[in-house]
Ligand binder design. Structure first.
Ligand code: ADP
Length: 242
């Protein structure tokens, strides 16, 4: 990761004219983006437009084909929690709720075989924060979709001190569980100062809680506030579809 002399205090991630893709094929081009401490960014766009690809780039898993992705040094030390898209196999994961949450500490574990008491306390605290502490000894696979997402969020919090990155977190949840999850994210963002980057199809709640919106599309990218987004050609299309 290069150092960027133009990064400002509070910046967590800065993308400048970034292209991302696979095997010489570009998926995303000319992307400019700035995420600062405590920001809440929603990433929207059609299926296949490159939202998950962008998250891989922001996580440092996919190097840019051109341009620059600057990440604050603290992010390299594991201050990021990632909630990937859920697959069916993951929903059947055979472990207790506490074990799943604790596995968020794996990054820090190095070569130790056991979790420290501090890590266990933290996992329990995060389960409590997300209202699923009483489920700690239950099998993860027996939980409802909404409960599982809360446990995975607790797991991501064990890894995260500054930034949560979520890929379609409400997929498969009923509207009430989705609403709950959005409330929790808004709480973590506002009360705990956790920066959030979330990919979602669900535009309306996204526009309510997000401070910034990034729309990725074949005809270009848009990055601005929800109000600016709604006034833009992309956002106008969304309003007309209402
Ligand atoms: P979105 O998250 O917006 O649905 P993705 O980032 O998953 O979009 O995919 C964007 C494009 O990149 C798609 O055309 C997809 O086929 C392609 N793609 C995704 N992952 C890979 C990969 N590992 N190798 C090659 N192409 C990929």
């Amino acid at each position: 990761m290069k150092h960027n002399s133009q990064a400002e205090t509070g910046d967590l991630i800065v993308c400048r004219d970034v292209s991302l893709g696979y095997e010489g094929q570009s998926v995303l081009q000319h992307l400019d983006l700035r995420v600062q401490s405590g920001d809440y960014l929603c990433v929207v766009g059609d299926n296949g437009s490159g939202k998950s690809t962008l998250l891989r780039g922001l996580l440092g898993l996919l190097p840019p084909q051109s341009g620059e992705i600057w990440r604050a040094a603290e992010l390299e030390r594991g201050a990021v929690g990632y909630l990937p898209q859920q697959t069916r196999a993951q929903r059947d994961f055979p472990a207790t709720v506490l074990e799943v949450a604790l596995s968020g500490c794996l990054n820090r574990k190095g070569l130790r075989f056991f979790y420290s008491p501090k890590e266990k306390t933290e996992a329990l605290q995060n389960l409590g924060k997300l209202g699923v502490l009483e489920l700690k000894d239950q099998s993860y696979r027996d939980l409802s979709g909404g409960q599982q997402q809360r446990v995975l969020l607790a797991r991501a919090l064990c890894a995260a001190s500054r930034l949560l990155i979520l890929d379609e977190p409400i997929t498969g949840l009923d509207p009430a569980a989705a609403q709950d999850l959005y409330k929790t994210l808004a709480y973590l963002n506002r009360q705990e100062g956790m920066a959030v980057i979330m990919v979602t199809h669900d535009l309306r709640p996204a526009l309510q809680s997000a401070g910034m919106v990034l729309h990725i599309g074949r005809r270009g990218n848009f990055f601005g506030t929800p109000a600016e987004y709604l006034a833009s050609p992309y956002g106008r299309r969304f309003k007309e579809a209402e």
